[in-house]
Ligand binder design. Structure first.
Ligand SMILES: *[C@@H]1O[C@H](CO)[C@@H](O)[C@H](O)[C@H]1NC(C)=O
Ligand SMILES: *[C@@H]1O[C@H](CO)[C@@H](O)[C@H](O)[C@H]1NC(C)=O
Length: 351
C-alpha cells in the first residue's frame, strides 16, 4: 500500500486533502463596513466636506477615475474581492451607477470619517455605523427581491463580511475634541469602542452573517498627518498613538476569541495590518518604497480630501515609491501588500 504513495510529493497530497475538505468553501459576495480605509464612494452622495471624488485621487485606478476612494488606486477590500474570484472592485451602495445586480456579488456601506462612536461620525457629518447597518438591512430586502428568499439567504450566509473602522474614533474625535476625553480615560474609551464592536458583530450575526473579518487599527501614530517633528530625529511617529492602536488590537483579539465561543457557527477573524504596516514604515526599502514619513499628494505633510487636489505642484510622480498617498491614507501599492497579507494570514480559511 505505502508504495503507491512513494514519489507523490507530500505537499501535493496535502493540497488534495485540503481541497477535499474545502469543497463547500465558497464566498459569493464581499460585504464591507467601515471608514475611509474601505469607502469606495458613499461619501460622494452625502453632504460632507470629506470627499475625494476629484483628481489626483484615482489617478492609477481603472480608467483613471476618481471614485471617492481615498487612494490613487484600489483599496484592500477591492484586492480581497478579487482574491476570492469576485469583482476587482467593490461598488459603493449609494453610488447611482450601480444596482442590485452589481451589489449581489459585493457591496460597500463604508463612509470616510466615520467610527464606532456616534460622536465621531458627527464631526464631519458622515454615515454613522448604525446607519451602515440600516442600509445593510435595506440591501437584504433588495437582494431577496432580486434573487428570491432562499438564494438571497444563502448568499448572505456564505458572504464574507469585512469591517475596517476605529482610527477616526481616536484621531478625529478622542485626541482632537474635549467631549470624550472629559468622559473617558484612553483605556476606558478603548473598552467603550470594543463594546460597540461587540454589539455590531452580534447584530451582523443576528442578521445572518457568519464569515466575518474584524480589522485591527494601523500604527496610527505613523500616519504623516500625525507625525511630529523631533529636533534630533526629524519627523517621528507618535508612540502614544501607536501604543493605543496596539492595545486596542489586543482587545479586539480577545473579543474575537470570546465571540467565536459564544456565537454558534460564527467564523470571526481579526485581520490585523499593524505589524506589517509598521515594518513597511521602518524598512521601506525592502518593499520597494522610498518615502514613508511624507505622502505622495501635495506636500505630503498634512493634505487630504479637498487639500489634496490637482492644483498642487508638489504631488509625486510615482505613487508606488510611497507608503502613503495622502497624509492619512496608504497608496494602492501599500493596500495591495496589506490585502495579500490579510488574505494569507486570516482569510485563507474562507477561500
Ligand atoms: C442593473 O443595471 C444593468 C445595466 O445597467 C441592467 O442590465 C440590469 O437589468 C439592472 N438590474 C436591475 C435589477 O435593475
Ligand atoms: C448611536 O446612535 C443610534 C441612533 O440614535 C443609537 O441607536 C445607538 O444606541 C447609539 N450608539 C451608542 C453606542 O450610543
Amino acid at each position: 500500500m505505502s508504495m503507491e504513495f512513494k514519489g507523490i510529493p507530500w505537499l501535493i497530497l496535502a493540497q488534495v486533502l485540503a481541497s477535499f475538505f474545502n469543497v463547500h468553501a465558497y464566498v459569493p459576495a464581499v460585504i464591507v463596513f467601515g471608514d475611509s480605509s474601505v469607502d469606495s464612494g458613499n461619501n460622494n452622495q452625502i453632504p460632507t466636506l470629506l470627499k475625494s471624488n476629484f483628481e489626483p485621487y484615482g489617478r492609477d485606478f481603472i480608467g483613471r477615475k476618481p471614485t471617492g476612494r481615498f487612494c490613487n488606486g484600489r483599496l484592500p477590500t477591492d484586492f480581497i474581492s478579487e482574491a476570492f474570484g469576485l469583482k476587482p472592485t467593490v461598488p459603493a451602495y449609494l453610488d447611482p451607477d450601480y444596482n442590485i445586480t452589481d451589489f449581489a456579488t459585493g457591496v460597500c456601506f463604508a463612509s470616510a470619517g466615520t467610527g464606532y462612536d456616534n460622536v465621531t461620525s458627527d464631526v464631519l457629518n458622515v454615515i454613522p455605523l448604525w446607519k451602515e447597518v440600516e442600509y445593510f438591512k435595506e440591501y437584504q430586502e433588495r437582494l431577496k427581491g432580486y434573487l428570491g428568499n432562499e438564494k438571497a439567504s444563502e448568499v448572505l450566509g456564505e458572504a464574507l463580511y469585512l469591517i475596517s473602522i476605529g482610527t477616526n474614533d481616536f484621531l478625529e474625535n478622542y485626541y482632537l475634541l474635549p467631549h470624550r476625553q472629559f468622559e473617558f480615560s484612553e483605556e476606558e474609551y478603548e473598552n467603550f469602542l470594543v463594546g460597540i464592536a461587540s454589539n455590531f458583530v452580534n447584530e451582523l450575526y443576528r442578521l445572518g452573517a457568519r464569515k466575518i473579518s474584524l480589522g485591527g487599527l494601523p500604527p496610527m501614530g505613523c500616519l504623516p498627518l500625525e507625525r511630529t517633528t523631533d529636533i534630533f530625529f526629524g519627523s517621528v511617529c507618535v508612540e502614544e498613538y501607536n501604543d493605543v492602536a496596539h492595545d486596542f488590537n489586543e482587545k479586539l483579539k480577545a473579543l474575537v476569541e470570546q465571540l467565536n465561543k459564544q456565537l454558534p457557527g460564527i467564523r470571526l477573524v481579526l485581520s490585523n495590518p499593524y505589524d506589517l504596516l509598521l515594518e513597511m514604515i521602518q524598512n521601506p526599502e525592502s518593499f520597494g518604497f522610498e518615502s514613508t514619513a511624507v505622502a505622495c499628494c501635495a506636500t505630503g505633510l498634512f493634505e487630504l480630501g479637498y487639500l489634496c487636489n490637482k492644483f498642487s505642484h508638489f504631488t509625486c510622480i510615482d505613487a508606488n515609491k510611497y507608503v502613503f498617498w495622502d497624509s492619512f491614507h496608504p497608496t494602492e501599492k501599500t493596500n495591495a501588500i496589506i490585502a495579500g497579507h490579510v488574505v494569507k494570514a486570516s482569510l485563507a480559511q474562507f477561500l
